[in-house]
Write a protein that binds this ligand. Structure first.
Ligand SMILES: [Cu+2]
Length: 498
């Protein structure tokens, strides 16, 4: 092992010397690179943060200082792992530069590291993507430079042998080479990177878990995670956004083995830059593939609040191996875009046998709970458009059913209102309404019984249930002229019910 490291070091130093030598002529060649490029230090961020968009309109010489550290951290609750990191975290620090920049790269390997490391940046045009030039022993620092010729979102990773093991231990990250014209502005950008971990113990087995080479070779990870740990982007650490904001995820996949089927549950990608390229390659995408050692840029705009999980849709990875993160979206709901649950009723199935049994049971035997649930369903299909979801009504237009003295005072009358409508002046809780409610006689006796039982026992109301018998009686009773009402179809009503 020692000789191997020594050998690699020599190769590394030789490569470095070569590299340094080769930089000079490039720098001197002012026709290619102006020697007086403004110099700036790259701002690196830890995931899920992304450095701000680049606003300058010229190339710069950008100095990147990245430190490799080997550290023990949580892989999951009670599970620790010795991660090898670029910058102290998995994934490694996000690097953001501009197309045409000259990057002076310093790879610093912490003195307490046990291993030599290096970096292969897929954004580099040149042998090994910088790997040989950056082969760095513990307590050493390597420098090389490259010209960012191609814009795009690129993976970087350690390329020291055994490469698979270095990557499997967390040595990967993303570098964005912003196109000269920049990326379209968005409200938020996040950095999400998938990777698998191969531990001796099974998923969740506690303690410090060693790397398992055999599992890695067999591609049987115990963990598949976003941002280096199970739950790294969940609960308190969930990503945040507001309704209507344009959101961009820079999605990377460190692998080392698996391809990710990246998907956000309950949001559609308006735009995907497949494979991290610079052309928006698709609109309206559900799931995008992110290759191992590859990336993708996805953009979307949540329209309604909620907590949205994003997953590798190879779904056992999400639910059994950790590949799930969360985006918590705040803001006002929009029931047109998404209503939320409108009803939950019993469903007897279509099998004749079952239906027959339920039919026999339902009118007489069905309990109050069932009647209540069915009534709620009728309410949400027929009455709520006017009386509002919680029966609170609309000032001066629709009287409230919640806490309505008028509703509760007379059961017979409330049945008649639904059957024949309500016209003229009514006084509810001391407030007068002069409006008109259409007759809803298209509803069956049972539906009217159910809905009235529901409204008479909801939102603070409590009263006797209404039976289908009672409704039938009122329906068949002679209608006095005064009570006669329109026969208009119900607004937003549904006769398909039952
Ligand atoms: Cu390494």
């Amino acid at each position: 092992m020692k000789t191997m490291i020594k050998l690699r070091l020599t190769v590394g130093v030789a490569a470095l010397a070569f590299c340094l030598a080769s930089i000079r002529p490039v720098r001197a060649n002012s026709a290619v690179i102006p020697s007086d490029l403004p110099v700036e230090q790259a701002l690196l961020t830890s995931a899920p943060a992304v450095p701000p968009p680049i606003t300058r309109k010229h190339a710069s010489k950008v100095i990147v200082n990245l430190e490799v550290r080997e550290i023990t951290k949580h892989l999951a609750d009670g599970v620790d792992y010795v991660f090898w990191t670029f910058g102290g975290d998995v994934p490694g620090s996000f690097i953001r530069i501009r197309e045409g920049d000259l990057v002076e790269f310093h790879l610093n390997n912490a003195p307490d590291s046990k291993m030599p490391h290096s970096i292969d940046l897929h954004a580099v045009t040149g042998p090994g993507g910088g790997a040989a030039s950056t082969f760095t022993a513990p307590g050493h620092s390597s420098q090389f430079s490259f010209l960012a010729l191609n814009p795009g979102l690129y993976v970087y990773h350690c390329a020291t042998a055994p490469v698979g093991m270095h990557i499997a231990n967390g040595m990967y990250g993303l570098i964005l080479v912003e196109p000269k014209e920049g990326l379209p502005p968005v409200d938020r950008e996040y950095y999400v990177m998938q990777g698998e971990f191969y531990t001796t113990g099974k998923f969740g087995e506690e303690g410090v878990q060693p790397f398992d080479l055999e599992k890695a070779v067999d591609e049987r990870p115990s963990y598949v995670v976003f941002n280096g740990a199970v739950g790294a982007l969940a609960g308190e650490k969930a990503l945040k956004a507001n309704v209507g904001e344009k959101i961009r995820f820079f999605v990377g996949n460190g692998g080392p083995n698996l391809v990710s089927s990246f998907h956000i549950i309950g949001n559609i990608f308006d735009t995907v830059y497949e494979e991290g390229g610079t052309v928006p390659s698709q609109h309206n995408v559900q799931t995008t593939l992110v290759p191992a050692g590859g990336a993708a840029i996805v953009e979307f705009q949540p329209k309604v609040p909620g907590t949205y999980s994003f997953v590798d849709h190879s779904i056992f990875r999400a639910f059994n191996k950790g590949a799930m993160g969360m985006l918590k979206v705040d803001g006002a709901g929009n029931p047109i875009v998404y209503s939320g649950k409108q009803s939950d009723t019993l469903y007897a199935g279509t099998s004749n046998e079952v239906a027959a049994v339920v039919k026999k049971k339902s009118p007489d035997v069905a309990g109050l709970d069932t009647q209540y649930a069915k009534g709620k369903s009728v309410f949400l299909q027929t009455c709520f458009a006017c009386h509002q979801p919680n029966g609170q009504g609309l000032p001066n237009v629709f009287p409230p059913l919640a806490g309505s003295d008028y509703l509760m005072a007379d059961k017979q009358r409330s049945i008649a209102i639904v059957l024949r409508g309500c016209n003229g002046e009514v006084s509810v809780n001391g407030k007068k309404y002069v409006s008109s409610m259409p007759a809803l006689s298209v509803l069956s006796d049972r539906q009217i019984a159910d809905v009235l039982s529901y409204v008479r026992n909801s939102w603070g109301n409590s009263g006797q249930a209404v039976s289908a018998e009672e409704v039938r009686t009122v329906r068949q009773a002679p209608v006095s002229d005064a009570a006669a009402a329109s026969t208009a179809a119900p607004a937003g009503g549904s006769s398909a019910f039952e």
